[in-house]
Each structure stands twice: as C-alpha cells, then as structure tokens.
Design a protein around this ligand. Structure first.
Ligand code: C6P
Length: 424
C-alpha cells in the first residue's frame, strides 16, 4: 500500500538524500545543541548573529591555553615558537580559504566592524577628501555606514546610497547611475544580514573599477555560507567575522590587496607594528604586522584556524547546497502561516528568513518562540535605514546554518501557529 505524503514530507525525504552531509553526526560536533532551554530541545536559528562552535574549535582553544600559551613573534622559548607557528599557520589557512594571493594580505583584527573601521580610517583618511563620493547601498549594516559617516565628519566626503527594490535587491541601474567621476570608494554588503540577499559582487566590483573606485565587500554573512574567492571577485578589501563562521568572538579578518596595504598608513600604533622606534622616528613593520599593533587575540586566531579546517573538511559547496535546501523548506513553512510576510525575496538568497506577522510584533514573536526553545533574533538587525525603506520598525529573523534540520523548521512553523493563536 502506498502511503500518501504531505509536500513537506516528500521535500524532507529529498533533502536527506540530496544533501550528501551526515547532519546527525555534524550536530554531535556542537556540544551546545544538547542544551534544553525550559526543558525543550534547543532550536538555534540565530546563526547570523553568531554561529555555534564545534568541539574542534573549542578543543583547539583549550589546547592552546593548556599546552601552548605564550606570546607570539616575540619569544625565543619553546612555547612561544609553538604558539607563533600555530598563529602563523592560521593566517595561511584563512588565506587559502578565501584564495588570497599572499598571507600578508590577511590582516587580523578584533572583528568585522573593526576591519571596516580600519579601512575607513586608514585608507579613507589618507586617500579620500572633501567632495569625494563613497557609494553604499540601502541594505548596509550600521558597521558599514557609521565608519563612513565618521569619515564624512572628518574629511568632508559625500555618501551616496544605492536603493533596493521591494524584493530586497540592489537596483543595479541606479547603482550604475550613481557611479560617477567623483566616486572614489564603493562599500557594499556581500550578503545582507537582514534580508539574506546575495549581491552580485563581481558585477559591482567590475562597475566600480570601471569608474575608478576602490571596493570593500562586507562579507560577514557571506564567508560562512558561500565559497568566497577574493581573486575571482577582484575586490580590493573584504571583511569578515570568524564568530559567524564557527570560530570565536573577538577576532576579525580584513583581506586587502597588498599594493593598497603597502600605501596605507597604520591604523593603530604600538608593539609588533614597528621595525624600530626612536623618539624622533618610527619605522613600520612589514605587512601584515603594520596593521596589527599590540598582542593579538592568539587563542582566537588559533580557533579561527580550526574553524577554517572544520568548514574545509565539510566542504563549502556541500554547505551551500544544504543551506539552499533548508532555505526552500523553511520558506515554504513560513508561506503556510496566516498573516506572515517574508521580508527579502531576492532571487539570489542565503539562508536568512526575515518576516513580520499581522498578529504580533517581532519582539512578541521572539518571546513566544523562546518559550518553545527556539532562538531567533527580533529587531532592526543593525540595519535601521533598511527597516525604514520597508516601512517597518523590525523583523523576526530565523537564520539557518547547515547543522539545522527540517524538524527544527517544523518546530518553528508550529510555534508560529501558536503566535497566531495567542495574538490573533
Ligand atoms: N550582524 C546580526 O545579527 P561584528 O559585530 O563586527 O561581528 O559584525 C558586524 C556586522 C557587519 N556586517 C554584517 C553584514 C553583519 O551581519 C554584522 C553583524 C549581526 O545580523 C549582529 S548585528
């Protein structure tokens, strides 16, 4: 006898056979997934805020503190050599992960935000001036708006904003129209944290370069989900956030073309970024150390190296394919909820599901879901201008990662029905 299956059940079967990943064993890598909030299974759908950490990353950090802890690039003793080797190896892993041409094009910072501030302050302070135009888009995170506003206050640069359409895509005709002879810099988010839109970054870089502008890609939400190849994209700067890609907090990455880093002045002064110091004059260190003043977050960098290994072993192509499956499954679940509107319907989309409901404010949705053990984010997601563009104060946002499951998305759907029951 053939059993009838619902569309979602048949989708689930297809997912399990096509992803090629053993999700159950992957989930065992993440100790935190065993936490039971309020006695219920944890459903962690807040990966865009920060991802959870696999045991491999946690162990690498523990190993460092238990058996390798020393400062780097300074000591001649055994521990310092071990720590320095691990630290330098992590930079090379990051280099290969984003296909940078040289390891000295990878600058280690304290976070994605810090990486963008470094560029605005160092490159912007040295090479941009009164009346120069910087082109952003309406979907930027505050981290890619405010540093440029600070520069505007200091240098008198002009900010231009490329609009987005109702689906949450950059209107490329307007983007192109806004590029002019005064455009000296373009700074664009690769994947929107609030909408999930994957922007056409190769085309953006091509157009910007043709107009003579330098390009930064805020890739905080891209690197955990897509294969990112900086040489193929040909961007000048690319920032990302290891804590969103299964690594620790307190560490960031800035990729930059070497010729730009060579010309840029240091961002901060201190130890490690110098060759020699007298009271009269300081000679700066070679790349990338010129931009890495003070003792770095050594444990964080070693943890980042382990996160890169973890992702590489699984395979970014498999991760992207799995997340595409989860995104389409989750989209269909949300579409089945009365009075729910998805914000962000770009054709090219990463695994972010932002939505509003007629029955409840996003914060109330977040609270009901929390009671069910489901972690989402509710708010403006540090994209207030984008929320204004859509005429809404906030969204509820479920952001998925490859370790999520169809069962978890079913739980999300059931909890959203409950929201309608409670508030409807
Ligand atoms: N977005 C989110 O929940 P930091 O805080 O430096 O690690 O990253 C800032 C940042 C910059 N750009 C984009 C596209 C981002 O998504 C983020 C962080 C988190 O969406 C926290 S607001």
């Amino acid at each position: 006898m053939t059993m009838s299956t619902s569309p979602l059940e048949s989708a689930k079967t297809a997912v399990e056979t096509s992803s090629g990943l053993d999700i159950e064993s992957i989930r065992e890598d993440f100790p935190i997934l065993a936490v039971r909030p309020y006695g219920k299974p944890l459903v962690y759908l807040d990966n865009a805020a920060t991802s959870q950490k696999p045991r491999q990353v946690i162990d690498a950090i523990r190993r460092y503190y238990e058996g390798e802890n020393a400062n780097v690039h300074r000591g001649i003793h055994y521990l310092s050599q071990v720590a320095t080797e691990k630290f330098d190896a992590a930079r090379e892993k990051v280099q290969h992960f984003v296909n940078a041409a040289h390891s000295h094009e990878i600058v280690l910072t304290s976070g994605n935000t810090e990486s963008i501030n470094l560029v605005a302050s160092s490159y912007g302070g040295a090479f941009l001036g009164e009346g120069d135009e910087i082109l952003l888009t309406h979907m930027e995170h505050h981290s890619n708006i405010v540093p440029w506003q600070l520069l505007r206050e200091k240098m008198g640069v002009v900010l231009k904003i490329a609009p987005v359409n109702d689906d949450g895509e950059i209107i490329m005709e307007d983007f192109e129209r806004l590029l002019g002879p005064k455009t000296k810099f373009v700074s664009v988010v690769y994947v929107s944290n609030a909408l999930g839109t994957i922007n056409p970054v190769k085309e953006i870089v091509r157009l910007a370069h043709a107009a003579g502008a330098v390009v930064l890609l805020d890739s905080a939400q891209a690197v955990p989900h897509l294969t990112v190849d900086v040489q193929d994209i040909d961007c000048d700067f690319l920032s990302f956030a290891p804590h969103k890609m299964f690594g620790p907090t307190g560490i960031g990455v800035l990729y930059a073309k070497a010729e730009l880093l060579e010309r840029m002045p240091p961002y901060k002064g201190g130890g490690d970024m110098i060759k020699s110091v007298t009271f009269e004059k300081t000679l700066y260190n070679d790349l990338p150390f010129k931009f890495e003043a003070g003792t770095p977050n050594i444990a964080g960098v070693i943890g980042l190296g382990a996160a890169v290994d973890y992702l590489t072993n699984i395979g970014m192509d498999k991760i992207a394919a799995r997340e595409a499956e989860l995104l389409s499954y989750g989209t269909r679940i949300l579409e089945s909820i009365d009075g729910l509107r998805i914000i962000g319907r770009a054709k090219e989309k990463a695994s972010v599901l932002s939505f509003i409901m007629e029955s409840a404010h996003p914060h109330d949705i977040g609270q009901i879901l929390d009671q069910e053990g489901i972690a989402i984010r509710a708010g403006h997601h540090c994209t207030q201008p984008l929320m204004q563009r859509f005429g809404i104060p906030a969204t509820a946002r479920a952001s998925l990662s490859f370790y999520n499951t169809e069962e978890e998305l079913d739980a999300l759907g059931a909890a959203l029905h409950k929201v309608n029951e409670v508030f409807g």
